[in-house]
Design a protein around this ligand. Sequence first.
Ligand code: BDR
Ligand code: CA
Length: 343
Amino acid sequence: MPPTRIIIDTDPGVDDALTFLLALASPEIQLEALTTVQGNVAIEKTTRNALSVLEFLKAGDIPVARGCSRPLVKAPHASGEAVHGSGGMGRTNLPDPASKPIEAHAIDYLIERFMAEPKQISLFAIGPLTNVALAIRKEPRIVDAVRELVIMGGAIRSGGNITPLAEFNVHEDPHAAHIVFHSGIPITLIPLDSTYKCLLTGDDIERLNKIDSSIARFVRDATADYMAFYLKYEGFNGCALHDPLTLAAIIAPELLTLEEHYVSVDISGGVSTGKTYADFMKVSKQPANMKVALDVKGREFVELFLERIMSLRGGVARIAPRRRSNLQADGEIASSRRSRSSQ
Ligand code: BDR
Ligand code: CA
């Protein structure tokens, strides 16, 4: 089976960065590009972090397109800094990236890539859905061109993590989520109901750091403040692997309990703004618009995550040859790399 080709729309963000790491450590996945959006931190920082983390992973040839700096309607909320640190990357201290984002705006880049190869590439959205919603508005045919859209977002039966009812990514741009959910694009939703069962613990970090690897140290430094936040507010020594769990849709779908439901989001402006809800009793008579991961074998996913990260014990050197062969097989990415190096 050839690897699944993916583009990640992201607001890095500690768990976003762990998602890039897991993607690059997984032979089932070919990571082709990142598009950035404001969310955990401002767009300048999410874009810088995307470039820096890729360079750290010796994957700086993967294109990064900068996207939206504000949600569609509401004012941006800077609360992600409390969890992800003021720079967005915890206690890591990655140097400024040498590379720059490509010239195209994320919205145009997404449209170009998906329309050029309909149904060939999947989109993973692990930040607020602003870029995805605007891409749909600008080029509605993208809805049929995306092979699958996997979203980290929402809290269906679970409580929220940014308001008592709402999950951060959806709450940060509820209007964008509303557009995307009702667009007809094939969606798999990974909500807090599942991600809170995937807890990376302090013991896991110790286990990981028994090996001498810059990647293990990166995971430790990135997650240190994230874990301190969870200890203070949620009472456990660990952190949830929210964004990395989206990749289970490719690397371990058997761990997810998926159900098809009609799901919407409250944009009425009241206390439940940003709340995602499923019509379990089918009272609205609306057809299902997505698959939702309502449960997961959480510990098994965390073990798989650790195994993949540990497989990079030789550092980034293991990534480079595989990425190179993937990229050589892909003319379009190779040409986008050339256009970047000429900037
Ligand atoms: C989501 O919010 C962000 O803080 C994380 O990166 C993740 O995408 C979890 O609610
Ligand atoms: Ca995120």
